[in-house]
Design a protein around this ligand. Structure first.
Ligand SMILES: CC(C)(COP(=O)(O)OP(=O)(O)OC[C@H]1O[C@@H](n2cnc3c(N)ncnc32)[C@H](O)[C@@H]1OP(=O)(O)O)[C@@H](O)C(=O)NCCC(=O)NCCSC(=O)c1cc(O)c2ccccc2c1O
Length: 265
């Protein structure tokens, strides 16, 4: 894979800016998107001039809405990839392992697997129009790895469970109050603000920052094992009648009938 199609990658000074470029799908990711994000993060990791990464979405509506549910309804998976694998678990680990802070610039709705991406970033800055939530149980999916366990570390058990069980969307003010984001700024200032934070980090000792990030991570690194289990479970569940009913109902713009397709009790 030589050219980016779903993602753009730019370096400005000591900051790499990675943008998900699928605004027509509210920046939902398919297999290719995930593969390109991995390539972009690895490029940022290898570039010694890069000291922080900003992750954002194209357009004004969405940061990322998680897995491309229309693709899933169409083909039963997240589409072809160069590796033959859907590597979302590896992307999660990479965002944590890259030894440089990753700042999510949340420019709109961050939901489902897109919400998980911003939660995994070191810092999150939101625009005033941003909205946050989990959606899996509405569309036949779940992230029982970092998406639940690490979220609970960030916002607390009660709020994490509320987000997953009710699948509501929360506004930027609530996200700030819950400690889900570090700051909220007007939409027009979001990228400038995120880049300013990244540049400020760029003036600090890269080695000190690297050790600090690894130290913060060490406390929750055991969740990577949980994430492996969760991704294996998800592979089975998304292909089940209950999982497929969620994706099909979304694509057909109807209420899912989970009760008729339930696979386990
Ligand atoms: C995000 C919304 C709440 C926004 O609602 P709003 O009313 O503002 O806008 P629309 O609903 O009209 O959306 C505009 C336009 O974008 C399309 N779109 C939005 N999200 C997606 C998506 N995720 N996939 C494909 N397309 C999307 C939408 O259809 C509209 O297009 P039109 O052509 O009709 O104009 C609302 O859109 C919403 O609830 N979206 C779905 C959110 C969702 O369910 N996300 C997926 C959750 S599951 C997941 O993320 C996931 C993650 C993983 O890591 C996995 C790993 C392994 C297996 C499975 C995984 C997985 O399923």
């Amino acid at each position: 894979m030589s050219d980016y199609e779903d993602v753009s990658y730019e370096v400005e000074g000591s900051t790499a800016v990675i943008t998900i470029e699928r605004p027509e799908r509210y920046n939902a990711f398919r297999g290719r998107t995930v593969e390109e994000l991995i390539r972009a993060f690895r490029t940022a990791w290898a570039d010694r001039s890069v000291q922080a990464v900003v992750l954002t979405g194209a357009g004004e509506k969405a940061f990322c809405t998680g897995g491309d549910v229309k693709q899933r309804a169409e083909t039963g998976d997240y589409g072809p990839t160069e590796s033959g694998m859907f590597e979302i678990g590896n992307l999660h680990k990479l965002i944590r392992d890259i030894p440089k802070p990753v700042i999510a610039a949340v420019n709109g709705v961050a939901v489902g697997g897109g919400h998980v991406l911003h939660v995994l970033c070191d810092l999150s800055i939101a625009s005033e129009n941003a909205r946050f939530g989990q959606a899996g149980p509405k569309v036949g999916s779940f992230d029982a790895g970092f998406g639940s366990a690490f979220l609970a570390r960030v916002v607390g058990e009660k709020r994490a469970r509320e987000m997953w069980y009710l699948c509501r969307l929360y506004d930027a003010g609530t996200a700030e109050r819950w400690g889900l984001v570090n700051a909220v700024v007007p939409a027009a200032e979001l990228l400038t603000e995120a880049k300013a934070w990244a540049a400020e980090i760029g003036q600090k000792s890269p080695t000190a920052i690297r050790f600090l990030k690894q130290s913060f991570n060490a406390d929750t690194d055991h969740q990577a094992g949980l994430s492996n289990l969760a991704m294996s479970a998800l592979d089975l569940f998304t292909a089940s009648p209950e999982g497929l009913e969620g994706a099909t109902a979304f694509a057909e713009k109807r209420t899912p009938d989970f009760a008729s397709h339930v696979v386990g009790h």
